[in-house]
Each structure stands twice: as structure tokens, then as C-alpha cells.
Design a protein around this ligand. Structure first.
Ligand code: SAM
Length: 276
């Protein structure tokens, strides 16, 4: 009998993937976790029935969370990742030699433990000496830290369960306080096809708190609609003013200096969701 994993992205739409093996399932304190082997996208981590990452397409998301903001900030040394328990964003952050300390705060230690065991090509850098792993609510951590970080990255699940607060205006205001004077943040902000209202709201909230607010996109086939967005809020530096010729050549498979700029060029229906 064939086994298929199906994610209902809305009540009326979804994706399905043929599964050859179930590696682990666990009901954690916060969510239903599973790691399965799929035919088309390799190993796949799911939380509460939603795809979090797959070995085949994870590089797109992790590179596009990390590099646009780290190449916009002139000297990012103290970096915080909220969520991100699979370790993929941390792997990309460590490609930047200026980074002295990369803090990961995920609410669910079981995501970290299972990712280390079953997704070493993604989570294998979490034991790097520059990395500090904290199991805590990212909402609390941000409120408890002031003027500490150069860059904050929010790699959370969609706004369900423990992540609901991570899409609220109060959280973005607290990120502003946790950031140093001339610093910036980026957050995954879902997709324009199925979550346009959420994107519009986040864009509006961030633009009321940060002088510079930007929106960019990437293609992630296993995420809802395949078209994913990221919102950047910055106190000083503008990603659109980055000199591409100054972007260092690091090993990547999606992000390039040219794509750094191209990712901010949006189709009209997405442009209309932007704050400005
Ligand atoms: N890239 C994926 C996406 O865009 O859907 C997210 C991957 S990452 C595994 C998401 C992580 O966010 C999970 O490990 C989850 O435990 C964590 N998370 C959810 N709410 C959180 C909170 N309030 N504080 C810290 N981490 C949280």
C-alpha cells in the first residue's frame, strides 16, 4: 500500500508527497512532529501537518533568510535566530566570517534533537563554537534582551500555536528594542496567493516601527503556493542600496549578488501588498 503525506494548505487546497519511510513521529509539548522519507524531496520535517523543510529544497529558504540581511548590514557580529530549530538558517549565518555569536532560540527542543539525528546536512552546524542554542519562547527572549543584536531573523512556523505572537505588532516593536542602533531584522512572511491579508498586516506593522521596510520573494516548491516572501525592517541600511560587486563570494545554490537585488523586484499583485 502506498503512503502519502498530505498538507492541507487551506481547507480547499494542498500538496501531497509519496512517502517511502517514516523515520520518527512525536507529539511534543508544543506540536506534532514527524520526519519522513519522500520520493521527490528526500527527507521532510513536518510540524502539525505542515512542511517545515525538505532536504531537496531547504537551501532556497535558508539562504534567502540569511544572506540578503547579512550582506546588507556592514558588519553583523551578534545574530539571533528565533525559531529555526532545524538548524538551516544557522548553517548559512556561519558562512559570514564577521559573525562572532549566533544565538538560536527555539521553543521546542525536540525539533532540534530530531533534526540533529535525522537531518545532519541541515542541523550539523548547531554545535559550532560560535552557536548558542537556547530552548525558550522567542517572544520572551526578545522582550528580555535590549540593544543586543546586529541582526534578528525570525524563522518561525506559520502563525499557529506558539508562533501566533511572532506575527504581532508588539513582537516587531520588541525586536526594534532588542536590536542595536543601526540594525535590522528579517522574518518569513508567508505567501501572497493564500495569505495576502497576513502579509499586508505585517508590512503595515513593520513600516510603522522601522524607517526602512522591504519585501522580497523566493520560490520554495514545498511551501504553500511555492511563492514565499520575507519582510525586512531596518533602522539604517537599505538592501536596495547594497553594491553587488562588494558581496563576497560564499558557497550558495540559490542566492547570488544579482539575485540579492532581483528578489526585491515584485510582480504588481505582490507590490500592492507592500506598505509604501
Ligand atoms: N522554515 C519553516 C517555515 O517557514 O515554516 C520554519 C522552520 S523552523 C523548524 C520553525 C520553528 O519555529 C519550529 O522549530 C518551532 O518550534 C519554532 N517556534 C514556533 N513558535 C515559536 C516561539 N514562540 N518561539 C521560538 N520558536 C518557535
Amino acid at each position: 500500500m502506498d503512503l502519502w503525506f498530505t498538507e492541507k494548505q487551506t481547507d480547499n487546497f494542498g500538496i501531497t508527497a509519496k512517502v517511502t519511510k517514516t523515520l520518527v513521529t512525536e507529539r511534543t509539548k508544543f506540536q506534532d512532529l514527524a520526519i519522513v522519507e519522500t520520493v521527490e524531496f528526500g527527507r521532510m520535517l513536518t510540524l502539525d501537518g505542515m512542511v517545515m523543510t525538505t532536504v531537496k529544497d531547504e537551501f532556497v529558504y535558508h539562504e534567502m533568510v540569511a544572506h540578503p540581511v547579512l550582506f546588507t548590514h556592514p558588519n553583523p557580529r551578534q545574530v539571533l535566530v528565533v525559531g529555526g530549530g532545524d538548524g538551516g538558517v544557522i548553517r548559512e549565518v556561519l558562512k559570514h566570517p564577521s559573525v562572532e555569536r549566533a544565538v538560536l532560540v527555539d521553543i521546542d527542543g525536540r525539533v532540534i534533537a530530531h533534526s540533529k539525528q535525522f537531518l545532519p546536512e541541515i542541523a550539523g552546524w548547531l554545535d559550532d563554537p560560535r552557536v548558542e542554542v537556547i530552548v525558550n519562547d522567542g517572544y520572551m527572549h526578545i522582550h528580555e534582551h535590549k540593544n543586543e543584536y546586529d541582526v534578528v531573523m525570525v524563522d518561525s512556523t506559520e502563525p499557529v500555536g506558539p508562533a501566533v505572537q511572532l506575527f504581532e505588532r508588539g513582537f516587531y516593536a520588541a525586536i526594534h528594542a532588542a536590536l542595536k542602533e543601526d540594525s535590522m531584522f528579517v522574518a518569513q512572511t508567508d505567501n501572497p496567493w493564500l495569505k495576502a491579508d497576513l502579509m499586508r498586516q505585517v508590512q503595515r506593522d513593520v513600516s510603522e516601527i522601522f524607517p526602512i521596510t522591504r519585501l522580497y520573494m523566493a520560490n520554495i516548491p514545498t511551501y504553500p503556493s511555492g511563492l514565499w516572501t520575507f519582510t525586512m525592517g531596518s533602522k539604517t541600511y537599505d538592501p536596495l542600496l547594497v553594491d553587488e560587486s562588494q558581496i563576497a563570494d560564499i558557497p550558495t545554490r540559490y542566492y547570488t549578488p544579482q539575485l540579492h537585488k532581483a528578489a526585491f523586484v515584485l510582480p504588481r499583485f505582490v507590490e500592492e501588498l507592500k506598505a509604501d
